[in-house]
Design a protein around this ligand. Structure first.
Ligand code: FES
Length: 164
């Protein structure tokens, strides 16, 4: 009798079971900086790599603040509101993604590729380089490793320059 009462009390209605949970929307990302220091942080499906880095004080620069996603990118399969940003305007959020994850990323659109091309041959690696602000997290990216290859963020370099 008691077991049946506990079972009934803890059973979720079918409608609730169909709803997504926090776990369904959470991912874990590990950032690796230029010195090999790793930091694993949580992120949410729909956020960009850049947004997750900023939330967790990861030294990933973003001179244009992400520039907004191009209007033809949608956040997730279920959140279909288009965004109307200007698209990436710099490449300081350059990251590198290992093979294991690269094929699971959202596609590279022309405006991102133009910024990646400007990085230069010594840093741009086709099949690994992306702009952190243009990669949207999906559940398939849970556990992804993100390398930050560019050295000190621009703002740190700027802060060390003499003011005169
Ligand atoms: S922050 Fe400028 S392109 Fe990503």
């Amino acid at each position: 009798m008691l077991a049946r009462l506990v079972s009934a009390a803890t059973r979720r209605p079918a409608a609730w079971r169909a709803m997504s949970t926090v776990a369904d929307k959470s991912v874990t990302i590990t950032f690796v900086d230029l010195e090999g220091v790793r930091k694993t942080v949580p992120g949410l499906v729909g956020q960009s790599i850049y947004e997750v880095a900023k939330l967790h004080d990861i030294a990933l620069d973003g001179a244009c603040g992400g520039g907004g996603m191009p209007k033809y990118i949608r956040r997730t399969d279920v959140f279909l509101e288009d965004e109307y940003g200007a698209g990436p305007q710099c490449n300081t959020c350059h990251v590198m993604i290992p093979d294991e994850w690269y094929g699971k990323l959202n596609e590279v659109f022309e405006c991102e590729q133009e910024q990646l091309d400007d990085i230069g041959d010594n840093l741009y690696v086709p099949g690994a380089s992306r702009l952190g602000c243009q990669v949207r997290l999906s559940k398939a990216l849970d556990g992804m490793v993100v390398y930050i290859p560019d050295g000190p963020p621009v703002h740190e370099v700027v802060n060390t320059l003499p003011t005169r």
